[in-house]
Design a protein around this ligand. Structure first.
Ligand code: HEC
Length: 186
């Protein structure tokens, strides 16, 4: 038993003691021979790759600016906003008072365009008692021309804007009266 184990272990030790160092030596020789002889140019040092210009860091996404409001030309309606008009809620009698005070000088007391001032104007004010003429005009049109003046509806600037004098509700009252002049309302 013991003998066998020694016999077995010998070759192992031989390998470790003799072959190990021999292999090491051979490797060393090879290294010296290969490196030192100059047969081949020593491997040139790795070319220094010129440092790539570091790409500028992406600018941080600009904080989302609120999108510029689209510059759409304001439609005429927006320039001369007209509220929902409920003529039924208009007080024609109150409107008549305003009409006599502010409008009759040109439009005449009954809206025939025969007021003392209106008669001298060119164009003369339309006849508010003419149903065929007045019916063609929407409530919105009447509101616009009274509040913003003739230019808001492509009419003469002689028809002045009354928005600074009359409130929206008062304008509705006046329109209710104007409608009555041609037979509507009142
Ligand atoms: C200084 C004179 C004058 C005064 C005051 C005046 N208007 Fe006029 N108005 C005119 C003239 C002129 C026109 C005609 C404009 C045109 O046809 O181009 C007109 C036109 C109108 C029209 C018709 C618009 C159309 O499309 O035909 C209405 C409605 C009207 N006026 C209402 C009023 C009311 C309501 C008042 C009072 C709050 C008033 N006006 C005060 C001169 C006047």
């Amino acid at each position: 038993m013991a003998t066998r184990s020694i016999a077995r272990s010998r070759p192992a030790r031989f390998h470790r003691r003799i072959l190990g160092p021999a292999a090491l030596l051979a490797a060393t020789l090879c290294l010296v021979a290969c490196g030192g002889d100059g047969g081949e140019a020593p491997p040139s040092p790795p070319e220094t790759v010129p440092a790539q210009p570091v790409p500028a860091p992406e600018p941080p996404a600009t904080p989302a600016e609120p999108p510029a409001p689209t510059q759409e030309p304001a439609p005429p309606a927006a320039a001369h906003p007209v509220p929902a008009i409920d003529l039924a809620a208009g007080d024609a009698e109150a409107g008549a008072v305003h009409y006599q005070q502010y409008c009759a000088s040109c439009h005449g007391p009954t809206g025939k365009g025969d007021g003392p001032v209106g008669a001298a104007l060119d164009p003369t004010p339309a006849d508010h008692s003419d149903a065929s003429y007045m019916d063609a005009l929407s409530d919105e049109h009447l509101f616009k021309v009274v509040k913003y003046g003739g230019t808001a509806v492509d009419r003469s600037p002689l028809m002045a804007p009354w928005g600074g004098t009359l409130s929206d509700a008062e304008i509705v009252d006046v329109i209710a009266f104007v409608r009555s002049l041609s037979g509507g309302g009142l």
